[in-house]
Design a protein. Structure first.
Length: 272
């Protein structure tokens, strides 16, 4: 039985681990081939270890184990020309992209903040999302087959959580900015049958959240810990929970869904 995405190619950023790897695997399970991108390097203001080339290689193995094709490249979403080169190489090998998951993101929140956090998180989490869409849409429009673009925001893109550090404020501002980008792109690209939506996870069990620096940051302010609590009795959701939402938005089951903000948040936003 054919999968929901049989014959389609998905372009995924931040694919070396966490949600990005989960998205790659879940979409591959439904028949998609994958163009996977990750910086696979450290950014100085990020207080937890970021993904490595070995992590990206693990994503490749996981997708290939599903008998799907994958082209993986090391590229920084802040570098549009490098991103374009990686995208073009993937298209040359796998064919036209119809699905984009702009997932790459950082959370530079720590007890020892620096002013540079603000710029870094905006550059990755907002400009990087813009760059990801921009490198893909010309080919998607020319392909004439429509498509689905899914931008990863956060519950911080719908509420005022995030704290008062440069990184925390920048994270919340960037994730709100992603919603504005989505809405503008959804209007512009509708004429080409390209749908654009955002997903808004609550805390997810990934290395970006499950690390000492992030836990210290959350625990340093009791109000912050309380603000991070979900309505449903679950502390954090699994990466596949977000991947299932990305799959739905990418599939024909959501063929007339565009311009929406979709929380996968265990009731977090509804509590606010």
């Amino acid at each position: 039985m054919a999968g929901q995405l049989e014959g389609k190619v998905a372009f995924i950023t931040g694919a070396a681990r966490g949600q990005g790897r989960s998205h790659a695997i879940r979409l591959a399970q439904e028949g998609a081939d994958i163009i996977a991108i990750d910086i696979a390097a450290q950014i100085d203001t990020v207080p937890y270890p970021m993904a490595t080339e070995a992590d990206l290689a693990e994503t490749v193995k996981a997708v290939e184990a599903l008998d799907r094709r994958i082209v993986a490249s090391v590229a920084d979403v802040r570098d549009k020309s490098a991103l374009q080169t990686a995208f073009d190489q993937g298209v040359a090998a796998l064919g036209l992209v119809q699905i984009v998951s702009a997932n790459a993101g950082i959370a530079p929140m720590s007890l020892h903040p620096s002013a540079q956090e603000w710029q870094d998180v905006l550059d990755v989490n907002l400009t990087g999302v813009y760059n990801t869409v921009e490198v893909a849409i010309a080919q998607m429009i020319e392909g004439g087959k429509g498509g689905s673009i899914i931008l990863t925001s956060s519950t911080a893109g719908l509420t005022g959580i995030g704290g008062n550090t440069p990184g925390g404020l920048g994270y919340t501002a960037a994730k709100h900015g992603v919603v504005g980008l989505m809405r503008a792109y959804a209007n512009y690209l509708a004429q080409f049958s390209i749908r654009v939506n955002t997903v808004h996870p609550t805390g997810v069990k990934t290395p970006m959240v499950m690390n000492e620096a992030m836990q210290e940051f959350i625990q340093s302010d009791p109000a912050m810990g309380q603000a991070m609590a979900n309505a449903l009795p679950v502390d954090m959701v699994e990466p596949v929970d977000i991947s299932n939402a990305v799959l739905w938005l990418a599939s024909d089951a959501a063929r007339y869904v565009t311009g929406i903000t979709l929380p996968i948040d265990a009731g977090f936003v509804n509590k606010r």
